[in-house]
Design a protein around this ligand. Structure first.
Ligand code: HAM
Length: 419
């Protein structure tokens, strides 16, 4: 048992790390281009932050949180997402004080007690961005473009951008009532979860996977019939800006998202070949969240993308760059004295940031040369009895097989010239 990691978690092995580093490098590049700065928040927070921020009736809060009481009798939760924490950090550290739009990004692990399957884990990783302090729909468009261009730059095809608006506290209650009225007629046909959503969170019925294909879904009232002028204009402007940027999108009136903090714009980017777990990224505006968490009313918008899902998509299209073997030198020694010389050389090379290694198992010269060839190193640095006496090293270029003897003091410079 103790040799198995908990269900829904995964080790990221050395052979897989290239893909992770590749994505993280691309995240940092695009965030620098769009002016977003990195933030790292704690893995755990007070449970109340998520209850208040995400909403008690959401699946995430009601069913999926890793919550425990710590030894000081506090209720603590492993973060199921990072938006609430980013907003908490924004308030606690007074990031608003500069008076500008605050643009943050994060990369890290999140925890949800979900049913594990391909692309759905209990510990998973997100990259996300949050922009706090501006209600202009241009920020919505910027955030959507960042998500879209990030995935496009990775080379993914078959991406679909879906957008919607979920209204605001002025117009959503009207829509809510309309939905309750409509779905009540079909009460008996609703799945168990939707029966309880009917009173608590009727918008979520619209994106229920179980009820998705039932006939009554098609005729459910659409939010556009209820939007207030501000929400209508906001949504129209987001579309205008996305069109101006040349990005194709679909309006999906059933896209309502699973977290309660959303207002106005909601969006998702799906990679259709992934089927049930096709959402690579999702987000939206949350103009009430900062106030909910205890700050002054402050608009915000952001999204998060699932790194494991992006990796599955990249693998499908063979887009993960090959691992770079970047060993510069493999030191081969014969005999105890040579091993001391080799060990000293190894240390000197590493001090200069030259990637070097040597055999510690006292294998034969032949076996060590084989190892050197397999290691991908550029040079084998050979030290036998003669070399010890001459304070020299025989350098074999493992790509060309050319070989020559040089003074041990010149080795580092030679490797660096040729690295
Ligand atoms: P979310 O839609 O819950 O939004 O998650 C965003 C993305 O995280 C999903 O589209 C998916 O790629 C990935 N994801 C979610 N759950 C799992 C899981 N169990 N296993 C693997 N991947 C998963 C949020 O988390 C919001 N905080 C996004 C946001 C930021 N909205 C505004 N700002």
């Amino acid at each position: 048992m103790i040799t198995n990691a908990p269900r829904g978690t995964k080790d990221i092995l050395p052979e897989q790390i290239t893909g992770w580093n590749y994505i993280e490098d691309e995240v940092r590049k695009i965030c620098a281009a769009y002016g977003y700065e990195e933030i790292r928040t704690p893995i755990f927070e007070h449970t109340e932050l998520f209850q208040r921020g995400i909403g008690e009736t959401t699946d995430v809060v009601s069913k999926e949180m890793y919550t425990f009481t710590d030894r000081g009798n506090r209720s603590i939760t492993l973060r199921p997402e990072n938006t609430a924490s980013a907003v908490r950090a924004y308030l606690q550290n007074k990031l608003y004080a500069a008076g500008n739009l605050v643009k943050l990004f994060y990369i890290g692990s999140m925890f949800r007690y979900d049913r594990p399957q391909a692309g759905r884990l209990r510990e998973f990783h997100q990259f996300g961005v949050e922009a706090l302090g501006e209600k202009n729909p241009a920020v919505d468009a910027e955030i959507i473009l960042l998500a879209w261009n990030f995935l496009k730059n990775l080379g993914l095809d078959e991406l679909e951008l879906k957008i919607n608006t979920v209204g605001c506290p002025a117009c959503r209650p009207v829509y809510r009532q309309k939905l309750i009225h409509y779905f009540s007629e079909y009460h008996d046909e609703l799945c168990g979860d939707c029966k309880s959503r009917l009173e608590k969170n009727p918008l979520r019925i619209l994106d229920c996977k179980v009820d998705a294909d039932k006939d009554f879904m098609d005729d459910a009232p659409k939010i556009e019939t209820c939007l207030c002028d501000e929400c209508r204009e906001h949504f129209a402007r987001v579309q205008e800006l996305l069109t101006a940027a040349g990005v194709e999108f679909k309006i999906d009136s059933r896209l309502v998202r699973g977290l309660d903090y959303y207002t106005k714009t909601a969006f998702e980017i799906q990679y259709t070949p992934l089927g049930a777990q096709s959402a690579l990224a999702g987000g939206g505006r949350y103009d009430g969240l900062v106030e909910e968490i205890g700050g002054a009313p402050t608009p915000g918008i952001g999204f998060a993308a699932g790194i494991e899902r992006i990796l599955i998509a990249l693998e499908k299209q063979n887009l993960i760059p090959a691992a770079q073997k970047n060993l510069d030198a493999f030191i081969v020694t014969a005999g105890r004295e040579a091993e001391v010389c080799g060990f000293k050389l190894l240390n000197n090379l590493r001090k200069k940031n030259i990637a070097a290694t040597m055999d510690f198992a006292s294998r034969s010269m032949k076996a060590q040369m084989k190892q050197a060839a397999k290691s991908g190193a550029k040079f084998a640095l050979i030290i036998g009895e003669d070399e010890v006496n001459e304070n020299a090293v025989t350098v074999k270029n493992l790509e060309t097989s050319a070989q020559n003897k040089i003074s041990i003091d010149e080795v580092a410079a030679m490797v660096m010239r040729n690295a």
